[in-house]
Write a protein that binds this ligand. Structure first.
Ligand code: NAP
Length: 366
């Protein structure tokens, strides 16, 4: 805890410096031919599954990173300081997105902000406040701190759930999920993600803050953090099998490392604008199981798979046209399984069957 305080004090001094940077450093730095200080960005919810990979990527590219955490002393966040270049270039800030004042010190002195902090519940519980008020708080702090660009992590939950969309047309960024339909299904996570993305884009329109949103589907891949996040539990359930039936729906899937690449690409590309789907793979549950079985025949796999209506796939063309090159699904699955095996996550616990997170149960019926 002491260490955190020291690093925050150090930040207060240097943040003044980066706040007055103009194109490659201050006038004084250019006159003295000093190299400009490294770019400085903030990542909210820095200890999460996707955020940890983003922090790792940013550090590897020479960024100084301010990561917000609700509890920096929680052992579940200890992996962050073990990342390459973390000592010196990673600064941890205790902040809750529901508390505006806690966000200010984390964002001050930064040029850009990546807003990732939103709970991803295992069930369909309410996350409206954290998603919507949290996003608005982050954006208001960004306006006050004159942030150049904010990349907000939304979800295909804000794109894909519309029962009236045509089956034979690719879904692109012009598509929005039907909020009333999600409410009728008790899908509160999707309602929160749709509303948070709408609010973020409206705020950008109204204030002129430069905001880009990114919509990933199910995210798999190796875990950097010691806890298991909700989307990784989906894949672990498919591999281990258990009492819950799954629908044979078309699952859009992306690698966590490709989401981190997409976030940074959109931040760095001046021309990025609006929303971006990052969903390179789409596979039916049965085909996913067959693919996994070919790679690893030794596991049980989910065996209750119920037919579901076909759905139109998503396109990531807008992001690919900017230069995004995602991995193949096979690589994501192989690396995920290797990570789960090393962490002992595929072993059975006697008397405790693994369950599919409720968020994904029979989602194909939606
Ligand atoms: N994983 C996916 O399949 C997927 C797909 C599409 C979109 N997304 C989006 O990606 C983002 C990250 O998800 P993830 O999969 O990486 O989940 P995760 O590992 O559970 O991370 C969620 C993060 O949000 C933080 N958080 C929650 N409530 C907060 C609050 N009130 N204030 C500050 N931080 C808070 C959590 O911090 P604590 O540790 O303190 O709880 C955690 O670091 C979310 O916005 C999610 O909606 C994820």
């Amino acid at each position: 805890m002491k260490r955190l305080l020291v690093s925050s004090i150090h930040l207060d001094k240097s943040s003044t410096l980066s706040a007055i940077r103009v194109n490659g450093g201050t006038a004084e730095q250019r006159r003295r031919k000093m190299p400009p200080p490294p770019p400085r960005v903030c990542v909210t919810g820095g200890g999460g599954f996707i955020a940890s990979w983003l922090v790792k990527l940013l550090l590897s590219r020479g960024y100084v990173v301010h990561a917000t955490l609700r509890d920096p002393s929680d052992p579940k966040n200890a992996h962050l300081m073990q990342l390459d270049k973390a000592p010196g270039n990673l600064h941890l800030f205790k902040a809750d997105v529901l508390d505006y004042d806690t966000l200010t010190p984390a964002v001050e002195g930064c040029e850009g902000v990546f807003h990732l902090a939103t709970p991803v519940p295992e069930d369909k519980s309410e996350v409206m406040d954290a998603a919507v008020k949290g996003t608005l708080n982050v954006l208001k702090v960004c306006s006050a701190a004159k942030i150049h660009k904010v990349v907000v992590l939304s979800s295909v939950a804000a794109v894909d759930f519309d029962p009236n969309s045509p089956q034979d047309k690719l879904k692109d960024e012009s598509c929005w999920s039907d909020k009333e339909f999600c409410k009728e299904n008790g899908d509160w996570y999707s309602v929160a993600k749709i509303t948070a993305e709408e609010v973020a884009l409206e705020y950008a329109d109204k204030t002129g803050l430069n905001v880009v949103t990114v919509c990933p589907p199910l995210v798999f891949g190796p875990l950097l953090q010691p806890t298991v996040n909700t989307s990784s539990k989906f894949l672990i359930y498919v591999i281990k099998g258990g009492p819950d039936a799954m629908s044979n729906r078309l699952w859009p899937i992306v690698d966590v490392r490709d989401v981190a690449d997409a976030l940074l690409l959109l931040y760095e590309k001046k021309e990025s604008l609006g929303r971006y789907i990052c969903s390179p793979n789409q596979v039916y549950t049965k085909d996913l199981v067959d693919l996994l079985k070919k790679m690893h025949p030794e596991y049980n796999y989910v065996n209750k798979i119920i037919d579901a209506d076909p759905k139109a796939p998503l396109t990531s063309k807008k992001l690919v046209d900017l230069g995004w090159v995602p991995r193949k699904l096979e690589e994501t699955l192989a690396d995920s399984i290797e990570c789960y095996e090393k962490a002992g996550l595929l072993q059975d616990v006697a008397g405790r069957p693994f369950r599919l997170p409720q968020l994904y149960r029979l989602a194909g019926d939606q």
